[in-house]
Design a protein around this ligand. Structure first.
Ligand SMILES: [Zn+2]
Length: 300
């Protein structure tokens, strides 16, 4: 089953963090503190969220359940209705940014749900877009006793994005603010924010890091790799603009050739670029377009 939710065997990280894989789509987390079992992201629909909830209950024992949405994207927050609202078997407080709540209520998100239902019958039929119930703007601490979850805004991938740092074990849960081979910015205007968020996460100097879209063994090195990707992208795009490339190339332009930064070089050498090309090659081309627009935005 493609969306099967399974607990990954511990790969050396603090055993109070459970990593739950939803097929090969996304990894989400349950953090077991003395007081709380904290679910970090609710997956894509009722079945996947319920499976995750079952894992949290099984391992959480009598701990109070809490949930976090790192952001409102479909693979992170479309399981909220299994935890909150009239159809949920129990009410689990869902913590997220105020912007995340706004996005889950937005017309565009309803349109995205309708489009996804049409494209993949069955997968999203039960989804009831459900906003988180405890909202904050910049930072929030969940004091769990032995572990503190420090939630902080990391915009750029999306405007509502937050990440989690657990200082007692130097562990970062980056969400989608960093990923391999590279993270995605929401727009040209969001590109600097995404890079600042990477910088902010790296400044925490995490001893361990887990991501929603990167191998569990990748570690904090991902932050450095992601920053290097955008530095390289900027370098190539600046050179191309200086040589006369347009800031807004026409549709269908060979963007990789235009800036001299082929997709194969955008992927860390230890990863299989071809296997990832379906998703990340268009992502790389979108990033080129955004960087050109961001750097050359002033020119006609
Ligand atoms: Zn994601």
């Amino acid at each position: 089953m493609a969306d099967e939710v399974t607990l990954r065997p511990n790969g050396g990280w603090d055993p109070r963090i459970l990593v739950c894989a939803c097929g090969d789509l996304v990894d989400v987390f349950v953090v077991l503190t003395e007081r709380y079992a904290v679910i970090v992201d609710t997956l894509i629909n009722r079945a996947t969220a319920s499976a995750l909830l079952a894992i949290a209950r099984e391992h959480g024992g009598r701990r109070q359940l809490l949930a976090i949405n790192t952001h409102a994207d479909w693979d992170h927050a479309w399981g909220n209705h299994a935890l909150a609202g009239a159809g949920a078997p129990e009410q689990v407080p869902i913590i997220a940014s105020r912007r995340c709540a706004q996005r889950l209520r937005a017309r565009e998100t309803r349109a995205e749900l309708a489009a996804k239902r049409a494209a993949e019958p069955g997968r999203f039929d039960d989804v009831l877009l459900t906003a988180p119930t405890l909202l904050f703007d910049e930072t929030l601490a969940i004091v769990g006793g032995d572990l503190t979850l420090q939630l902080f805004a990391t915009p750029g991938h999306t405007a509502d994005h937050i990440s989690v740092f657990i200082p007692q074990i130097g562990t970062l849960l980056a969400g989608d603010a960093a990923e391999l081979p590279f993270p995605f910015a929401a727009s040209a205007a969001a590109l600097p924010q995404l890079r600042q968020s990477l910088e902010r996460m790296q400044a925490l100097d995490p001893a361990a890091a887990l991501f929603c879209h990167a191998p569990v063994a990748a570690g904090p090195e991902v932050l450095k790799q992601n920053r290097a990707y955008f530095d390289t992208l900027e370098h190539h795009c600046r050179a191309a603009l200086a040589a006369g490339a347009p800031a807004r190339p026409p549709a269908g332009a060979d963007l990789e050739a235009l800036v001299g930064f082929p997709y194969a070089l955008a992927v860390p050498i230890d990863m299989d670029a071809d296997a990832l090309a379906g998703f990340y090659r268009p992502g790389h081309q979108a990033a080129i377009r955004m960087m050109l627009e961001h750097l050359g935005g002033g020119q006609p």
